[in-house]
Design a protein around this ligand. Structure first.
Ligand SMILES: Nc1nc2c([nH]c(=O)n2[C@H]2C[C@H](O)[C@@H](COP(=O)(O)OP(=O)(O)OP(=O)(O)O)O2)c(=O)[nH]1
Ligand SMILES: [Mg+2]
Length: 129
């Protein structure tokens, strides 16, 4: 089981940040929440902080777990662990060249989000109410 942590960042207009998976990677072209694999012996929050530092150039100061569940791809099983990032420093930018965009929660339905991420949408809606 691969433990994957990802972060939901919101802007002042209530839009959430998504990133496009680069060509050549698993599920290339799909849109996802920034994040990645937790390393052995690493705590989930520390993994989230490291991944968002590497991918977005931000420093996460506060985040809370929102929803976590297992998903079976044809070739792997992942534990998807989405966190709400409530406080960070820096401005999110594409450190690794991956396309980034801010979208409304309604737009998440049609943007080409990874199929495995669909249960995250109602959880995000709930959290924003
Ligand atoms: N980051 C992220 N990964 C997701 C999401 N949904 C989802 O199914 N995944 C899957 C795709 C990949 O199989 C796995 C993340 O692995 P990854 O390869 O991107 O991990 P990573 O950023 O650490 O990159 P690397 O080790 O390949 O360099 O989780 C999501 O919303 N965000
Ligand atoms: Mg990643």
């Amino acid at each position: 089981m691969i433990h994957v942590v990802a972060g939901a960042l919101f802007d002042e207009q209530g839009r959430v940040l998504i990133a496009q998976r680069p060509p050549g990677k698993h599920m290339a072209g799909g849109w996802e929440f920034p994040g990645g694999k937790v390393e052995p012996e690493e705590q989930a929050l520390a993994g989230l902080q490291r991944e968002l530092r590497e991918e977005l150039g931000i420093e996460v100061l506060d985040a809370t777990p929102l929803i976590a569940y297992e998903h079976g791809y044809s070739d792997r099983r992942v534990l998807l662990d989405l966190w709400l990032v409530s406080l960070y420093t820096g401005e999110a930018r594409s450190v690794e060249g991956q396309p980034l965009k801010w979208v409304t929660l309604d737009e998440l339905d049609t943007v080409g989000l990874l199929e495995a991420d669909r249960p995250m949408i109602p959880a995000l809606r709930e959290a924003r109410r």
